[in-house]
Design a protein around this ligand. Sequence first.
Ligand SMILES: Cc1cc2nc3c(=O)[nH]c(=O)nc-3n(C[C@H](O)[C@H](O)[C@H](O)COP(=O)(O)OP(=O)(O)OC[C@H]3O[C@@H](n4cnc5c(N)ncnc54)[C@H](O)[C@@H]3O)c2cc1C
Length: 357
Amino acid sequence: MEAAQYDLIIVGAGPAGSACAITAARAGAKVLLLEKDRFPRQKVCGEFVSPESLGLLQTLLENERFQTCAQIVSSRIFLDNKELTLPVTPAAQSIPRFDLDPALFAAAQHAGVTTCDSAVVSEVNRDEVFHVQTEERAYSARAVVNATGRWSKLTQFDVAGKDKWLGLKAHFSEPSPPQSVDLYFFPGGYCGVTPVGPNSINACAMVRADAARTLQDVFAKEPRLFERSCAWQPLFPTVTTSPLYFREPETESDGMFLAGDAAGFIDPFAGDGISLALQSGTLAAQSIVPFLHGTYSLEHAHRQYQAAYRKRFEPAFRNAARLRGALAAPRWVRSAALAFANVPAVGKMLVRGTRAR
Ligand SMILES: Cc1cc2nc3c(=O)[nH]c(=O)nc-3n(C[C@H](O)[C@H](O)[C@H](O)COP(=O)(O)OP(=O)(O)OC[C@H]3O[C@@H](n4cnc5c(N)ncnc54)[C@H](O)[C@@H]3O)c2cc1C
């Protein structure tokens, strides 16, 4: 069978892939979006959507509103027996991935994208065009975006000597949770607790692989979290994610554009991964469309995307890495940093510093 031809193929239908597909299709491109699994499903994520991307999200979704969506107006940090409260202004939202990813996938279909789920891309090759192979079919395209997330058949890198982290998530019942994203830090990781409904919360942890294996292990590591979690009832079984590693962001691999976590994974405590995924997917499409219209070459499109990506996101990656370093510092350094962050202007600056805008 002859390979079906597209202008642009996007591999992976998380926020980055769907944002890219919607943007390119609305600009007139013939787009194919391939996703290895099916929606709706749970994904390991704190589900905090930062205010900087809520406008873009509304544009992508054509103003569709979510039924289950809580407002987040503050962030509480629990560290070394201390507690710090920072305002989140404007308010952020907590949007379950069970709702967010399918809504974006449906918006892509509505924008005219050809979508295919249960389609695992096993290989991408390049000559004059790109050849994309799934287990069942072959496709070709003039450009390809890899939006397959942190770790996939298409996103692999050298992990020798790097720390290995795990992600775990579940929703639990909790009556009237505060409108706050609460971060509980402990040796070897942290757990974020966010309201997801009037009587439910999301508990999502990132831990070193040697520190904890289950959410119960995680809750036992921080006394205030342990006390809060005692009455929680799970609303579905815990989901876990493949190993997490941090590395320098990259925007291209084998001629493919990289977007979202496939380009770079920002520390989840920044609450900015979904925002970065939406924004980088959109930016990638905006760089590719002029190439598809013959305005410039694919190489120029790569340079354009790389420059825009660096300008917009590198400060957020740099600042999140610095904060990660500060959290691993000796206790007296952490205490001093926490006292400093308690100064309102500094706290505000810290939050803004890890945000892509
Ligand atoms: C513990 C933890 C907590 C987090 N908390 C937050 C938070 O509170 N707020 C926030 O903004 N971010 C958070 N993040 C980060 C956020 O989840 C990611 O940044 C975001 O999901 C990235 O979106 P993406 O589209 O790049 O990748 P993904 O959402 O991972 O989507 C990639 C898609 O590609 C598909 N795929 C993979 N391989 C293939 C293949 N071979 N063929 C076809 N399809 C494929 C996958 O099935 C998947 O649907 C958290 C992350 C972790 C680990």
